[in-house]
Design a protein around this ligand. Structure first.
Ligand code: NDP
Length: 286
């Protein structure tokens, strides 16, 4: 009789509130599909309990966990080391635990980059990005590390755009400039990749960032970080103008793939994960 093992590999997530985060469904579907006996436990952890939760994960020999709001910065104080991008970004959303050592990574920008690389190599390209929040910061740093030639960062609050542009200039070989977002944003000539990294469009298929759509040009890659609905109004408008649209669902799925690679050293089936999320989003829209 084959030897049986009733001990599952443990992974999960610490955030609050956590009830609307579908990552658990996406990752456990991938584990099942791969025939791996692993669990992903979605935990509601308040700020004052973060230290205990991290100690618990280490004590129970979890192989790693995600952390989402509000823990992405606070968790750093509980880690032994940081990967390069996480150090530059100053935020961690994925922790690996190996031999009791906790290493922080940031998969927000890596997930975006993996999705982007399916349609274009950003090395040497000119990029125009709307937004300067947490997602924009992570994407900007990864684009810099991937060798973009120039990054324009546009935000209503220009100080936040300048912080990101300076991060890119100071920590990578790429150039970056910040711009205030006054009226309809105009895409500069020569731009190869346009990114909406604002929250405009989340849960609202008719919302669109204020952009002069006539400045989009055929052949540009236009990406959105919004995972739901995946085909945002901005992406629909870009597709009508002959641009290549890239939705935020791929970014979310790739974050899951990269996280499991960091924890288990195994690559999960992205299609299984994407289908799980699509079904969940379709059910929530019904
Ligand atoms: P933040 O709150 O940190 O940043 C929000 C950004 O959106 C800011 O730059 C803000 O500008 C801008 N913004 C909000 N409303 C408007 C508006 N009406 N007009 C112009 N700009 C606006 O959020 P995050 O960066 O964490 O997240 C942004 C989006 O990215 C969310 O919708 C989230 O769902 C998505 N996301 C997707 C991921 C994926 O895997 N697909 C992963 C992570 C995030 P200002 O600074 O001027 O207020």
């Amino acid at each position: 009789m084959p030897e049986q093992n009733f001990r599952s590999i443990l992974t999960g997530s610490f955030s609050t509130p956590c009830g609307d985060n579908p990552t658990v469904a996406m990752i456990e579907a991938a584990y099942r599909h791969a025939g791996i006996d692993a669990r992903y436990i979605n935990c509601d952890v308040s700020a004052e309990n973060l230290a205990d939760a991290v100690r618990g994960a280490r004590a129970m020999e979890w192989v790693g966990f995600n952390c989402s709001l509000p823990h992405k910065v606070a968790v750093i104080a509980h880690l032994d080391d940081l990967a390069e991008a996480a150090r530059i970004i100053g935020a961690v959303n994925c922790v690996t635990i190996r031999d009791g050592r906790l290493v922080g990574n940031n998969t927000d920008g890596k997930g975006f980059l993996a999705s982007l690389q399916d349609v274009v190599d950003p090395k040497g390209k000119r990029v125009f990005m709307l937004g300067a929040g947490g997602a924009a910061r992570a994407i900007a740093v990864e684009l810099g590390l991937a060798g973009v030639a120039h990054l324009d960062v546009v935000n209503r609050d220009p100080a936040k755009a300048e912080t990101i542009a300076a991060l890119v200039r100071d920590n990578t070989d790429s150039d970056a400039t910040a711009h205030p977002w006054d009226g309809a944003a105009r895409i500069p000539e020569g731009t190869d990749i346009v990114i909406n990294a604002t929250s405009v469009g989340l849960g609202d298929a008719q919302a669109m960032p204020e952009v002069d759509l006539d400045t989009l040009t055929k052949g540009q890659v236009v990406a959105d970080v919004i995972p739901n609905p995946p085909m945002t109004r901005f992406l629909r408008a870009a597709r009508e103008r002959g641009c290549t649209p890239l939705d935020g669902l791929g970014m979310l799925v790739n974050q899951g793939v990269i996280g499991v690679e960091l924890w288990l050293g195994k690559t999960m089936d992205a299609d299984v994960m994407k289908k799980t999320l699509r079904d969940i989003f379709a059910a929530s829209d019904a």
